[in-house]
Design a protein around this ligand. Structure first.
Ligand SMILES: Nc1ncnc2c1ncn2[C@@H]1O[C@H](COP(=O)(O)OP(=O)(O)OP(=O)(O)O)[C@@H](O)[C@H]1O
Ligand SMILES: [Mg+2]
Length: 320
């Protein structure tokens, strides 16, 4: 077309060359425009999805007036707690009544699925109990600001969460920075200090994809250090030492109990050696507390706990 116009001298050769050059100059901006439009569209779609999450209102919210508690002593009282998981047909916890004094160490035992984790999850309000059932220091936990409540409870869950970050950041878990000796003390109590110090970069070593890989027991111990570092008034260990051997478990528990003084400890464990360090044992079955007392007393009484104990011994023998 351009060629014909040039031949018939309707346009000059210069015009033709200029036209082709302009056309070439236009190609790149046109491509860029398409690319940018595509990018904007994709960004908008992603933003919509992110906003949906950001705008989600948490089900467990801060109380509106709330009590002005800024500290927690660690007295727990549960009155007639019955709880059902959303979408389930039966109650997981049935009419639980319980009083725990500050400084007491309580072991919770029972068969798989009896509701131990559910009961413990109520204390930091991971699961919300009905109003008027769970009290800390005499205040309904639904009236205690979530920030205060959770800052004073150390919760080591059955599932271990470790992030692809440094050991220090994994232990601090986004909390306030601490002096190095506090970090060292928490790592020592969790019996992982020696290992951390054996690494080239110590607590600044990266864990995960770009760093060292930790064993199950080491990961568990790191999460215990995470719970201990801010000296919580209430410490909950939900089967938190299942992946370490008996001797290490003894050592860790000894250190934890020694450093925790007047704080309240709630421990779920299957090992009699651990359970026997508690002041009191709660035996659960199908969502109820069926037995309660000092470990030696319960063994002598020959009830549920004595049966669990014997089963455990039998299993140990079979495994050996
Ligand atoms: N989020 C949930 N939604 C529905 N049901 C649940 C949920 N979590 C637990 N359950 C059910 O509640 C019951 C009690 O579970 P829970 O985790 O409290 O048991 P557990 O005593 O801690 O057991 P384990 O010794 O295995 O840790 C189980 O039957 C379980 O299937
Ligand atoms: Mg559990």
């Amino acid at each position: 077309m351009g060629g014909r116009l040039t031949v018939t001298e309707q346009i000059t050769t210069g015009d033709f060359v200029a036209f082709i050059s302009y056309l070439n100059l236009l190609t790149w901006p046109m491509m860029a425009m398409g690319w940018v439009t595509n990018l904007v569209q994709r960004g908008a779609a992603c933003m919509r999805r992110i906003n949906r999450i950001l705008e989600e209102v948490p089900e467990i919210r801060d109380p509106s007036p709330g009590v002005s508690a800024s500290r927690i002593r660690g007295e727990i009282s549960i009155r007639g707690l019955t709880l059902r998981h959303p979408g389930q047909r039966t109650d997981v916890l049935r009419d639980i009544c319980l009083g725990i004094h500050p400084g007491e160490t309580v072991a919770v035992v029972g068969p798989v699925g009896c509701g131990k984790t559910t009961l413990l999850s109520v204390i930091p309000r991971i699961l919300d109990p009905p109003p008027g059932t769970v009290f800390i220091d005499g205040n309904d936990i639904r009236d205690i600001p979530l920030g205060v409540l959770r800052a004073h409870i150390g919760f080591v869950t059955q599932e271990v969460f470790i992030f692809s970050d440094t050991i220090r950041n994994n232990v601090l878990f986004g909390g306030r920075d601490v002096p190095p000796e506090t970090l060292t003390a928490a790592l020592r109590a969790a019996d992982i200090l020696e290992y951390v110090e054996s690494l080239d970069k110590g607590p600044d070593t990266l864990i995960g994809e770009r760093g060292v890989t930790l064993s199950g027991g080491q990961r568990q111990r790191l999460t215990i250090a995470r719970a201990l570092i801010h000296h919580p008034e209430i410490l909950v260990l939900d089967d938190a030492l299942s992946m370490v051997d008996n001797r290490t478990e003894e050592r860790i528990l000894g250190r934890i109990l020694a450093m925790r003084g007047r704080s309240t400890n709630l421990i779920v464990s299957h090992r009699p050696s651990t359970i026997h360090r508690a002041h009191r044992v709660l035996v659960m079955e199908k969502g109820r507390i069926v037995e309660e007392g000092r470990p030696e007393e319960l063994l002598e009484a020959g009830g549920h706990y004595a049966r669990l104990y014997e089963e455990h011994l039998l299993r140990m023998e079979l495994e050996m």
